[in-house]
Design a protein around this ligand. Structure first.
Ligand code: MG
Length: 370
């Protein structure tokens, strides 16, 4: 089997409500997502998506994906998509770095490999294990009352785990964390996600003032070095999200004992191929994972649920579905929110594919000359 066509669509995805994080310094009203279809000479089509959650959240931007796919297309056309490590190696040789660019192509290769094997994707990533995959909500920054209003909306959709975005003003954050902690019922979990907003001194002050709460604190500072300084002065369990961008990062996190939890976002680390390697390191190191993506439709959510469902339960903490924040989702099938939980589809491959007319006109189409 070989790849004979690559088609690219750009999707404008307005959010249901404006979203702010990192104490309000990063604000979003719509996302720009890239959908990629790989066609093969065997008549199968594989689908992938890349959506970096705007341009300010990560060193990634939507038009960069489209430019990167253009760069990679001559290398990927003609390859067999099923040996995914070999395809990834070819992409790395042709374009070192730029991991988020490779993720949608890699996802489509995994979709094709699983379709051609006649198995759901999770069965190629280690095999379906355990019960349903827990979902967590994502609660944008705001006043305590605004945060609670969003948590109540998430509760109505079945969520019992919440990622509340804090950061910015230390005194206000102390108030927010105490207030939200007190509002949680016994079966609820709240994580305080700072999204890099605090300086180390601010993190140490805020966390020592609230040490009785013992909730997971996510990505308190910009860099891993700052995080490690904070780590030595606080007692809360910590999570690293934005600072986990590569296999090298997870090795350093393990070596330094930096955290108990990581956010394993598939697009940020470069796709399912790299995410699977990082997942396996985390299992060996006893680190729990939020296995998810940086944004996008049900296509990306489904890929994340497949990887989560193939990860033993003690290590998979939760998965986030960006699609719940969108007004538009042109995907048929796939993993959905069933009362705060989800399952990987049983169909071969991803088990999700776009309604092609709903994507509009492609922005690029590359064909194998042979
Ligand atoms: Mg986070």
């Amino acid at each position: 089997m070989k790849i004979v066509g690559i088609t690219v669509w750009a999707l404008d995805l307005p959010l249901v409500r404006p979203y702010t994080l990192s104490g309000g310094r990063l604000a979003f009203e719509r996302l720009d997502s890239t959908i990629v279809r790989l066609e093969t000479d065997a008549g199968l089509a594989g689908w992938g998506e890349g959506c970096p959650w705007g341009s300010t959240y990560l060193p990634a931007f939507a038009r960069g994906i489209r430019a990167g796919v253009e760069e990679l297309a001559p290398v990927v056309l003609g390859l067999d998509p099923r040996p995914t490590d070999a395809v990834y190696r070819a992409m790395d040789l042709a374009l070192p770095g730029h991991p988020y660019v490779k993720s949608p192509i890699d996802m489509a290769c995994w979709d094709l490999a699983a379709q051609s094997a006649g198995l759901p994707l999770c069965d190629l990533l280690g095999g379906r294990t355990g019960g349903s995959v827990r979902l967590h909500s994502s609660i944008p920054s705001g006043t305590p009352a605004e945060l609670m209003r969003e948590i109540d909306l998430a509760r109505a959709d079945g969520y019992t785990m919440h990622s509340a975005k804090v950061g910015a003003d230390v005194d206000a954050d102390i108030e927010r964390m105490r207030f939200l902690d007190a509002q949680m019922s016994r079966d609820e979990v709240v994580t305080f996600d700072v999204n890099r907003a605090w300086l180390p001194a601010e993190a140490i002050a805020a966390l020592n003032a609230t040490s009785e709460l013992q909730r997971v604190i996510e990505q308190p500072c910009e860099h891993l070095e700052q995080h490690l300084h904070v780590r030595r002065h606080v007692t809360q369990p910590l999570a690293i999200d934005e600072s986990l961008q590569s296999l090298g990062d997870i090795l350093r996190i393990v070596e330094t004992g930096a955290c108990e939890v990581v956010g394993l976002k598939i697009g940020r680390v470069g796709g399912l191929t790299v995410a699977r390697r990082i997942r396996d390191v985390c299992i060996e190191a006893g680190i729990q994972m939020n296995i998810e993506d940086t944004g996008g439709t049900t296509l990306q959510a489904t890929a994340a649920v497949h990887l989560a469902h193939a990860t033993p339960e003690p290590f998979r903490r939760a998965t986030w579905m960006c699609v719940e924040h969108l007004t538009n989702d042109p995907i048929e099938g796939g993993a959905r929110n069933g009362g705060g939980w989800s399952v990987a589809p049983e169909l071969p491959g991803l088990g999700a594919a776009p309604d092609v007319p709903a994507l509009g006109d492609p922005v690029a189409d590359y064909r194998h000359p042979g």
